[in-house]
Structures are given as C-alpha cells and as structure tokens.
Design a binder for this molecule. Structure first.
Ligand code: SF4
Ligand code: SF4
Length: 448
C-alpha cells in the first residue's frame, strides 16, 4: 500500500507546499515512527492552512489516517494552534466520524500562539520533546513533517488529480483580503489584482510569503508556484515596508559595524534556544571585525532558519543578522559545504519558555494589526486566467525536463515536464487547458 501511495504522490507532482518544495514522494519514502501534520501556520496574516482545515477536514483526516496505515506509523498528530477554534471543531468532528472505521485515528496536539510555532524543528520539540540535531531534518529523530496544503494535495493525488493549483492568501493593505485557489503559473500581478484594488509596485511592496519570512517580489509578472502561500501588500512608506527596503538594499551590510553586541538577537533566536550552535550576535560581531568567511564561527550560519526574529523583532539598531546568515548560507551552498554539526549534544535553554514571542505582540511590533482581517475563502476566481507561465523548477532538485513541444494543445492536468531518470525533482502539469506557446529553460507558457 505504501508503494501505491508513493507512486500516486510522485505521479501528481506533490511537493512540500509550505517551504522549499521538497518532493513529497521522496520525503515519505522513509521509515519514521511518527507523522506530524504541521498546521501551526504561524506567519501573521496567512490563512491558507486554517481555511483548508475548516473546509476540508474530512478529507484531510482521512488522508492522514491513510498515510498512517500505509507507513505503519506509531503515532500521527495534527499540530494546530489552539486559537484556530473553527478549524479544531471541524477536525474534531472528522476524527470522531472516521476513527476506527477504516484506519487508525490521528490525534490533535495544540500549540501556543507564538512565533515561530510552525518552524518544523521548534514544532517537533514542542510536540515530541525531541531535539532535531543542528543541520539535520526531523527524520533524524523519527518524525516526518508535512503541512496542511501538502496533505490536501496528497488527498487529490490519491484520487489521481495532479497538483495544478495552489492556495494563496492575498492580504495586507488591501480592501478585501482573500484566500483563493489559483492555477500555478498565474502572474503575481493578476493574483494581486483580485484583492488589491489599485495597489501597484509604485505604491506597495509585495511580499511572497508572510511578513516575517517573505521575500520582496521584484517583478510582479513572475508566476505563482506550488510553494506560494501568501502575497502580502505593504505600503512602501509603512514601517514594515521601510524595513524590507532597508534589508533588500543592503543598508544593513554596511551597518554591521554599529552592532553594539547587546545580545538581544541571540537571546530570542528559536534555534539558539533549542541548543543549536547559532548565535546571531557573534556572527554580526565577527562580520564587523572583518573575519574571513572561512573562519569557523561563520559555519553557525548553516543553522539559521531565517525566521526573521533577530532583525524584525529584536534588533533596535535596525540590523539584520538574518540577512547576513542567509548570504553566508548561500555562499556555503555554492561552495558545496555541508551543514556539519558543530557539537554532538543539544540542551534546551532553561529560559526558552519565557522567551517565546506572542504573535499578538509581534503584530504590534510590525505595525500590521490593522491588516489582520479575515481572508475570504474563494475556491474559484471570478476571472478566467488566460495565460500561465509554469516554472520547470518549483521544488528542491533539478528542473523538470519538458515532455511537450511548442504548438501542442494540452488539457488542465496534462503532464508538461518530468524529472529525468534518477534525478531529484517533481513532475509539472498544465494548470489550464490551452496551447503551448513558448518553452524556455525556465518555464512553459500555456495560453487558452
Ligand atoms: S533569522 Fe535570526 S532569530 Fe531566526 S534562526 Fe536565524 S539567527 Fe535565529
Ligand atoms: S540585536 Fe542588533 S545590535 Fe544587538 S547584538 Fe544583535 S545585531 Fe547587534
């Protein structure tokens, strides 16, 4: 049964919808003890997972139980913030209804409303009291983690439906926040227009992701992908907009010299509090002192999850240890340097509980409380998407190789590209019916 499940997931092109897009058939081709469905959705303003739980609880729970049985797991939990009361009610009903009928039951575990409750290593510790070794993945402690939208896509895959759409919250400073299902490859500009009235790049920044971990969209004609979860519009003159502009322009690069070594960033770093070898203050000081990148201390950057707390919450000097860490990590990746642990034992900091950051306070700090409104759930956009540019790489691994040619007619769900034999990657399907009008090394254009 496990082999059938993995085949269906691979055929449907399912990848981790909440992160970097690791191919799910590879992730589940393992022998963990536990499955954790990460339903924390801890980024402020995003609502995809919460609304999917509210609207699709029975198929999510059924799929959860199916995976549990197929993989012979000891325990399966849905880790959800206790404040998502409507989602919890829907899940409870579904669990009660489905328990014992066909499959073993999954259980609910409740998380506090803190940031970053959904960081998978933080969540694994909070749920299972196991520390994932630095530089490693939860499987190292027997846990496989997938998020709610990925679980939804596995449910579709089980029925033979490939991943052609993604769910996106379009929020922030918009008249009508939405959580909407859109064809993969829809231009960000089109997606934004569905909720944003007259927002434009002249007036607003668009963050792909949430306010804490999102990255600035440089070109609003870029397509949404399997991993797009949120498009957050922030006025350019807003506090958060100015912080992001500051970070993206590299102003902080010059400012490392003004780090006063106050330690605030280290004291709230969630990975440091788990006992990992990451101390943003020491990295900033090392950079300010002009140490060579080869210096041992910079290897700490491997263990940063880029949650953004050190810059957007802690640093009153407007510095960005996260930006520095991300840059060093990219350099290491390009040089092929592995994330080798710097120690062999990890002890949770005694003050970890006291240093957790309540999401409500984080929203106040970011000055985004006024943007925190319900994001209406929309299953189908009320405009027809006439053109999609489907990227060939929406996942960890190599780009998929096209298996169509210019001029071909395709239907929604037809295969466009697939990994070559033995390569890590995921299949790519057409998200609308139409004609292939262009193929580049990066993407395939489909027009109705
Ligand atoms: S972004 Fe900052 S706070 Fe978050 S893990 Fe990295 S160093 Fe720690
Ligand atoms: S919070 Fe800012 S000033 Fe303080 S140690 Fe960290 S980077 Fe330096």
């Amino acid at each position: 049964m496990k082999a059938v499940l993995l085949e269906k997931i691979e055929a449907a092109g399912v990848v981790g919808a909440g992160g970097a897009g690791f191919p799910t058939h590879v992730k589940l081709n393992s022998t963990p003890e536990f499955l954790m469905i990460n339903a924390a959705e801890c980024e402020p303003l995003l609502a995809v997972d919460q609304l999917l739980m509210e609207h699709y609880a029975p198929i999510l729970v059924d799929t959860c139980n199916r995976i549990t049985k197929a993989m012979s797991l000891k325990r399966t939990v849905i880790a959800v913030k206790k404040k998502y009361t409507r989602a919890i009610a829907a899940l409870r009903d579904a669990i009660q209804c489905l328990s014992g009928k066909r499959h073993p039951a999954c259980e609910l575990v409740f998380l506090d409303d803190v940031y970053p409750a959904g960081d998978e290593q933080v969540a694994v510790y909070d749920v299972f009291s196991r520390i994932v070794p630095e530089g490693n993945i939860p499987l190292a402690v027997g846990v496989v983690v997938i998020n709610i939208e990925t679980l939804f896509n596995i449910a579709q895959a089980w029925k033979g439906t490939p991943v052609t759409d993604t769910w996106v919250t379009i929020g922030g400073n918009v008249p009508q926040p939405l959580t909407i299902r859109l064809p993969i490859g829809t231009p960000i500009r089109t997606a934004v227009s569905l909720a944003s009235g007259d927002c434009s790049p002249m007036t607003h920044l668009c963050l792909d992701g949430g306010p804490m971990t999102g990255h600035l969209v440089e070109d609003w004609d870029e397509p949404i992908t399997k991993t797009t979860k949120g498009l957050i519009l922030i006025p350019r003159t807003h506090y958060l907009g100015l912080r992001y502009l500051n970070i993206s322009r590299g102003v902080t690069r010059n400012a490392v010299a003004i780090c006063c070594a106050c330690l605030q960033c280290t004291e709230i770093c969630p990975r440091y509090l788990l006992g990992h070898s990451i101390e943003p203050k020491r990295l900033m000081v090392a950079a300010a002192e002009g140490l060579e990148r080869g210096a041992h201390i910079f290897r700490m950057a491997h263990f940063c999850c880029e949650c953004g707390l050190c810059d957007l919450w802690a640093c009153f000097m407007n510095l960005s240890p996260r930006w520095l860490n991300a840059k060093i990590k990219r350099e290491f990746q390009q040089a092929g340097e592995p994330a080798t642990p710097l120690k062999t034992r990890w002890n949770v900091h005694p003050l970890r509980e006291a240093r957790k950051i309540p999401t409500a306070r984080l929203k106040s700090k970011l000055q985004i409380r006024e943007f925190d409104r319900p994001a209406r759930f929309v299953e189908t956009p009320d405009i027809e998407i006439r053109q999609v540019r489907v990227p060939l790489r929406q996942h960890i691994g190599v780009p998929a190789a096209p298996c169509v040619k210019r001029g071909d007619r395709v239907k929604k769900g037809d295969l466009l590209a697939a990994p070559r034999n033995g390569e890590l990657g995921a299949r790519i399907h057409s998200s609308i019916s139409g004609r292939i009008t262009a193929i580049t090394p990066q993407s395939i254009l489909v027009e109705r």
